[in-house]
Structures are given as C-alpha cells and as structure tokens.
Design a protein around this ligand. Sequence first.
Ligand code: ATP
Ligand code: MG
Length: 279
Amino acid sequence: MTSTTTPTPLLEARNLSRLFPVRGSAGLFRARQMQRAVDDVSVAIHAGEVLALVGESGSGKTTLGRMLLGLTPPSEGTILYKGADIASHAGEAARSFRREVQVVFQDTGGSLNPRRTIGQSIALPLAYHRRLDGRAAAREIDALLDQVGLPAAHFRDRLPHELSGGQRQRVGIARALASNPSLIVADEPVSALDVSVRAQILRLMSDLQRERKLSYLFITHDLGVVRALADRVMVMHHGRVVESGSADAVLDAPSDPYTQRLLAATPVPDPSRQLEEMS
Ligand SMILES: Nc1ncnc2c1ncn2[C@@H]1O[C@H](COP(=O)(O)OP(=O)(O)OP(=O)(O)O)[C@@H](O)[C@H]1O
Ligand SMILES: [Mg+2]
C-alpha cells in the first residue's frame, strides 16, 4: 500500500435509503404512500474520527444512525464495516460488528433495568462480548465506573433510581464502553439532561474519545457541540445530505441555504468559550 492510498473507512454507507409507510395513507382504494426518511445518503467514518450529524427534527438522523448500527435494515444501499457488507456478516464477523459498534442514546440511562444494580448492568456486556466473569469482571466493572467518573465503591451496588439523570447517562456510557467498541453512535446523548450537567457529559465523551481513539457518529441539534467535538459535520434535510465538510469550514462558511438558516437560528459560541463551559 502506498502512502497515497486512502485507508478503508471503519464504517461506510453507500446510497442508503429507508422508506416508511406514511401513517393513515392506506385506504381501500388508495395505495399506501411511502416516505423516504433517508434518501440516498453516502457517508464514511474513519478510525478515530468524530462525525457530527445535524439537521432539524424529522430530517432522518436517527433513522440513518439506526441503519449504521444494523438495527434498522435499509430499503436500499449498502453498509460496509471494515470493508465488509454487514448484510452478509455471519458468525464471528457479525459478533465483532455487534461488539465494536455501540450506541448511546438520549435516554440510555433510563433504559437500565430498574431491578439490576449498576454493576450487574455492566456485567452483562462484559460476559456477552468479552466472556469476563467473576473477579476479572468485577475488576473491569470498577475500572469502567472510574473511567466515567463514578467512584466504583459508591455506585457499583446501587439501583438506577438511586442515581441522577447525569449519573445514569454515565452508566449508559460505561455499558457502551464495556465491549471495547471502536465506534459509538451517540444519538443526542445529552439532550434529555439538565443544562447544568450537559457540559460535564460532553467533556467526558470528548476525553474518552481521545483516550480510547474512538470514532463517534454524534447526532446533535447543538452546533456549539459540533464546534467543540467534531472533525467533520454532515447536515441533513428531508432525508438528504445537503452539506458536509470539516466542522470549521461548514460552521464558518456554510454554502447550503438550509445550513445557513440553521446557523442563523442557533448562534454558535466561540470554541474557547464552549470548552471553558465544558471543563
Ligand atoms: N419506525 C418508523 N415508522 C414510520 N415512520 C418513521 C419511523 N421512524 C422514523 N419515521 C419517520 O422518518 C422521518 C425521520 O425520522 P427520524 O427519527 O430519523 O428523524 P430525526 O432527524 O432523528 O428527528 P429528531 O431530531 O426529532 O430526533 C420522520 O418523518 C419520522 O416520522
Ligand atoms: Mg432523532
């Protein structure tokens, strides 16, 4: 391989579309109308890269994220993980895809089993993905809790309802990290949280990304977050990508009218202030 060869992206989507039936459109004499929630989107995420995905509500961000996670099958198009089509994954390839690509969503903390302790919730992916149990699992649970800023001795044996929203989201992040992922799809991971803890969780995710050389697909409404975290940004509108490029270039000089309107509607704080708020 020569130095001019572009490395294979970690995750790549080619011409992805997803159609959904429009609710209430089917009738006795009417064919069901279909809506293109995602319409011919191609995207590549490289190892260690943070790609932000922005766009107004209903533009198809979550649908695209779910397809990239293998949770929603595309109607058209192909998804390649490390160069191999995930639709034809089987056996070890399918297992390593499920292990290496994880999700943190808006209410990840709220989806914890209310009857399991924090430690038990993190033990599950350790057993499933890494076959860790007993003492090795206990050590790893403690290390993961420490990494997300929850002292293990205090939190390991608590139940989810004994934690704040921000602490539960930290547990959600620990659970995603438990399988040693290379890519995390984060779908508005802080938007359900109190404004005062958002910056802390963003700081944590930013630190983890750097320390573990993770890739993120970071779905957000907040252009300030894009400025602070993302290498590249992709803007969606009605299921299509209307603009993409380096985060600075797009935010400083958006070329698409829709991106310009989005920016005008949400002033972006300058990066130094944003980072200050995050520290
Ligand atoms: N399971 C589904 N069945 C039918 N329609 C769906 C389904 N999931 C999403 N849609 C539709 O697809 C479109 C895109 O939805 P999606 O959730 O991807 O948007 P989004 O950009 O994530 O929005 P938000 O910012 O509000 O989270 C919407 O019109 C939505 O109603
Ligand atoms: Mg969404």
